[in-house]
Design a protein around this ligand. Sequence first.
Ligand code: SF4
Ligand code: SF4
Length: 154
Amino acid sequence: MNSVDIKNTDSNFKDVVAAKIGLEAIKPCYTCGSCTGVCPAREVVDDFDPRRLIHMIVLGMKKEILTSDLIWFCCFCNSCYYICPQGIKFSRVAKELQKMAIDEGYVKEDFLKEMEEINSHLQDLCRRTMFKKVKQGFWGPHKMPCWQNTTKVK
Ligand code: SF4
Ligand code: SF4
């Protein structure tokens, strides 16, 4: 994100997104970057950055966000949710942005078909990356038995 063109921003955008997913879900972000640090999708897609996307929402960069490929790379693992000090669930934000992008006509059908094919690879990569992180010591309050077996935390 180089510069913000104020003329092309929508100051209501953060409220619209927040209303769809729960008001507390976006506004309290204080850009600590913990989500970005733990995100497996970021490790496979350089430009993907949940903190940055939330910041863009707060700035009202609606069109730039809804036309961006980046909103499609979240693999909904919720790792960022478990580590976020503000309890922000980025996977819900990403789902809502995707729905808005489709509803508002920013997404072509071809793209959705391509994403279907890419998605299973992305999910697989995310899973592998997360398990690597867990082995290296990352631990969130995950309830999945497979995660608990992979860590020393009880
Ligand atoms: S971890 Fe939470 S508070 Fe920190 S930047 Fe990410 S969304 Fe914002
Ligand atoms: S839910 Fe999405 S943004 Fe959050 S850590 Fe997983 S892939 Fe990254």
